[in-house]
Design a binder for this molecule. Structure first.
Ligand SMILES: Nc1ncnc2c1ncn2[C@@H]1O[C@H](COP(=O)(O)OP(=O)(O)OP(=O)(O)O)[C@@H](O)[C@H]1O
Length: 235
C-alpha cells in the first residue's frame, strides 16, 4: 500500500520572542505514516499538539528537527527543508487542507469559491461549477445561497462551503482540521460519506475530529499524540 507521507522523528517548539525568548516545546519524536485509501486520525487531549502537527504537514509551521517525506509527482521530497516554492507546488498538486474556518473573499459567490481550486488546476470552468453545485447540493446548502458571497453565512453554512472547496480537488493527500465542528448530525453524516469516497479513490487522509462518532466512523488508525509529549521519548 502506498504511503505518500512519512513523518520521522519530528519535533516542534515555539519561541516566545516577546517573553525573553522562552522556548515552549510542543512535540518530540513524531513518527508515523499515512497510507493511500486510509484515514488516520490525530488523537489526544486539548493542547497535545494535534493542530501543530497538521500545520507542519502543510508547511504552515516550520519543523525544528526530523523529516516529513512527501511523494510529490513520484519524487520523494522532505517538506521540512523544502523551499517555499516547492511547498506551494506540493500544496497545489499533492496535499490539500480543509481548515476549520472559511477564509471569505468579498464579492465571490459560494459556487465560485468552491469551483475555484478545480479551475486553477486546469479543469474547464463549466465542469468545475457543475461539480461545485453537486457538492453544495450534497452538503444541503440551500440553492438560494449558491450565488451569494459566503461572508454573511452562518458558521455551519460557511463550514460546508469550505468542505466542498477542500473536497473538489483530486489531491492524493488531504488534511482535515475539525471539518465537522459546526455541523449538525445530518451534515456530519454527509462528510463521513465524502471521506469514505476519498478513501475509495485512494486518497490518504489525516484529520482531527473532536466528535467521537465521526472519529469512529472514519478512522482506520489513531495516532496518539500524547506519545510525542516533550521528554516522553527520553523518559
Ligand atoms: N503559534 C503558536 N505560538 C505559540 N504557541 C503555540 C502556537 N500554536 C500552538 N501553540 C501551543 O502549542 C501547544 C499545542 O497546541 P495545538 O493547537 O497544536 O494543540 P491541539 O492538540 O490541536 O489542541 P486543541 O485540541 O485544543 O485544538 C499549545 O500549548 C499551544 O499553546
Amino acid at each position: 500500500m502506498a504511503t505518500p507521507v512519512v513523518v520521522s522523528d519530528v519535533s516542534k517548539s515555539f519561541t516566545m520572542h516577546l517573553r525573553s525568548g522562552i522556548r515552549l516545546p510542543v512535540v518530540e519524536g513524531v513518527s508515523f505514516a499515512i497510507r493511500s485509501g486510509e484515514c488516520a486520525v490525530l488523537g489526544g487531549p486539548s493542547g497535545a499538539g494535534k493542530s501543530s502537527i497538521l500545520k507542519m504537514l502543510y508547511g504552515n509551521y516550520a519543523v525544528d528537527a526530523g523529516q516529513i517525506i512527501v511523494d510529490h509527482h513520484g519524487q520523494l521530497i522532505d517538506l521540512a527543508t523544502a523551499s517555499p516554492r516547492t511547498v506551494l507546488s506540493i500544496r497545489r498538486d499533492t496535499i490539500g487542507y480543509v481548515s476549520q474556518f472559511l477564509r471569505t473573499v468579498p464579492r465571490v459567490s459560494a459556487l465560485d469559491v468552491v469551483a475555484e481550486p478545480a479551475i486553477s488546476l486546469g479543469e474547464a470552468r463549466d465542469a468545475a461549477r457543475d461539480r461545485a453545485r453537486a457538492l453544495l447540493d450534497r452538503l444541503n446548502l440551500p440553492e438560494k445561497l449558491w450565488s451569494l458571497p459566503p461572508a454573511t453565512f452562518s458558521g455551519g453554512e460557511q463550514q460546508r462551503v469550505n468542505i466542498a472547496r477542500g473536497f473538489i480537488t483530486p489531491h492524493p493527500v488531504l488534511l482535515l482540521d475539525e471539518p465537522t465542528a459546526s455541523l449538525d448530525a445530518r451534515n456530519r453524516e454527509v462528510v463521513i460519506e465524502l471521506i469514505a469516497g476519498k478513501k475509495r479513490n485512494g486518497v490518504a487522509l489525516l484529520g482531527i475530529f473532536h466528535d467521537a462518532d465521526v472519529r469512529e466512523a472514519v478512522a482506520d488508525a489513531i495516532i496518539d499524540v500524547t506519545a510525542f509529549a516533550p521528554g516522553k521519548a527520553a523518559a
